[in-house]
Design a protein around this ligand. Sequence first.
Ligand code: UTP
Length: 296
Amino acid sequence: MSRVRKAVIPAAGFGTRFLPATKAQPKEMLPIIDTPTIQYVVQEAVDSGIDDILIISGKGKRAIEDHFDRNFELEASLQNSKQKENSLNEVRRIADMANIHFIRQKEVNGLGDAIYQARMHTGSEPFVVMLGDTIIDSVIPVTQQLIDVYEQYQQTVIAVETVPKEKVSRYGIVGGTKLSESIMRVMELVEKPDIDKAPSNLAIAGRYILTPEIYKAIEKTPKGVNNEIQLTDAMRILSTRENIYSHTIEGVRYDIGNKLDYLKTIVEFALKRKEFSVQFREFLEEIIRTNQIVNN
Ligand code: UTP
């Protein structure tokens, strides 16, 4: 049985929904308080037993490479200060989290094309794809949840979550036959369907376990929504040849590529941070209270 040892993190997109912040910096580096989004994604991979990570990078994405590299000047400066020992340890830990490799997607041609860049690196092994702009907060890391399902079926597994019916046209949607409370055999996959054409309200949630078969499917995939090669379309082609399963995640997904979700993520994560959760809660309550007075 082949084990999932590698992760691919696509992070080459333009992040146009977040302009102008993403004009000269990657959206995957947008911080949730003090930690860049992509560091949470790498941490989830590491917590799921994966130590080989390929980041699909592109123009304007150098900050991601620098973030996961050593910074000797910074370390030397932190070393001189007793109070900054924690920062020093954290800065060193980040550079040592996993074996992180980079490859560039030369043209931003869509998620399917981004994944295709990983073919030499993943070779004949199954691998997990983790979107670099999506954090999933859960007790058991979602990548670990998917690996557990993969070990049962040895075929493609897609993480999904239930979304309100009126929001289906924002996501890749799957439909199929339920096998258990959380697992479904996927029969239909549609990228951003109209509400009346969606096969269900189960949305693809930014994590997948794929096998090398996906590369042949991507080669056959024409450009789709937004004139990009969509991974959802490639998986639909794959589904005619082999079984695909979905797993409804146990966890909360935060898509930071969308401004409102980004704001919500920061607020929720801040409320969980011991160092200031009490003051922050008081601050929020105060704003809401005074706003209500103004509105009255
Ligand atoms: P998104 O579609 O959310 O990212 O892709 P985007 O295209 O950068 O965002 P907008 O719509 O313009 O605001 C999800 C993830 O896939 C990566 C992105 O970097 C993001 O982390 N991606 C997307 C690629 O690596 N290459 C692509 O061609 C497209």
